[in-house]
Design a binder for this molecule. Sequence first.
Ligand code: GLU
Length: 421
Amino acid sequence: MSVPARDQESNPFEAMLSRFRVAAEKLGLEDGLFEILSRPDTEITVSIPVQLDSGGYQVFTGYRVQHNRAMGPAKGGIRFAPDVNIDEVRALAAWMTWKCAVVHVPFGGGKGGVICDPSKLSQREIEALTRRYTAALCDFIGPEQDVPAPDIGTNEQIMAWIMDTYSMHHGRTVTSCVTGKPLGLGGSLGRVAATGRGLMTILKVAAERFEIPLNNSKALVQGFGNVGGTAAQLLHEMGIKVVSVSDIHTAVYNENGLDIPALLEHTKATRSLVGAPNCDEVPRESQLELPCDFLIPAATENQINSKNAGRIQAKLIIEGANGPTTDNADRILEERGIHCVPDILANAGGVTVSYFEWVQDRLGYFWSEDLVNERQDEIMIRAFGEVADMAEKNNTNLRIGAYMLGIERVAHYTRLRGLYA
Ligand code: GLU
């Protein structure tokens, strides 16, 4: 597949492929499967005309990429952001394939995106955009085809509109066509906090495996949305000092630990960390280089790259975002002995609980939050052990270990299904 000539430091699909190549080679993956698994199955581009509140029209561009469906329906979020592009959606879809395989849930990988700035649109405009995008994709998504979920710029309300639009087209309520829905409309207890919770589960098992003490440790979180905000809150509750958090406007720092509940209140009220109490504002560009034991990048791609990887001070990185570390940065971190738990394992708590939501919708029977959390932990802890063992056995880092585990599983099921010709 031809990718524009941007290097892997800025092109996420190239970044995905460079790891895929290394892992495939280590596995001795046959050429045919290499070809099949390195390309997306299906790519859909749609134009989304929306009548704005001003009375005028704007046509937005939306994508849905289904990377692979060997293990089940495609699964993955929908991103509403101004810088969405097809290479990014392709990479995110492929990462979902490996992520679902790493935690061994019966899904393939997909991802959607719409080029728009939700902060500049009214609720009515966002609803119109969501419904028209869903209508355009109606033949391609569904409980057994492709199941979307939230990602950057989307939330429970948007998932409810997707469910309603899909249901109207099918003449019946189909809750399992999308996950991340509100409670009472087929949503699952524990889904909103699932990604942040999963990061903490992984942080604890990884810290134990690499013998990094939690006592008196310090953490740094980039991003203060659903994933970063929940992670910061849980770290705070665990007694780990969160010394810095950031959002798209600023980064804040307090070497004695931030008052995370107060910062969450502040951002709820003002939608920004600017002016937050009891902390200093620091440049966002150098936030990741501040002293800490644990670093949780929970914002967007390419944040840890060849420019700053040499100055990262953390002992352990737990990737909350998808693709936050470039391939060049991986090499620098490895040389410096900094462990990195990759996105396709670390942030898989979200899709794990999405799987539980889909199961509950199809059963019509809903679980307690304790049961959701218990089953999530069981899956994440098992996956961490399998990835760490794979990495150790092959004398490689956790990222390549995770890719190897994911690719091996998808390749296995692809061989079992055989090729329909
Ligand atoms: N957008 C989330 C991710 O990147 C969740 C996907 C899902 O729940 O399907 O993992």
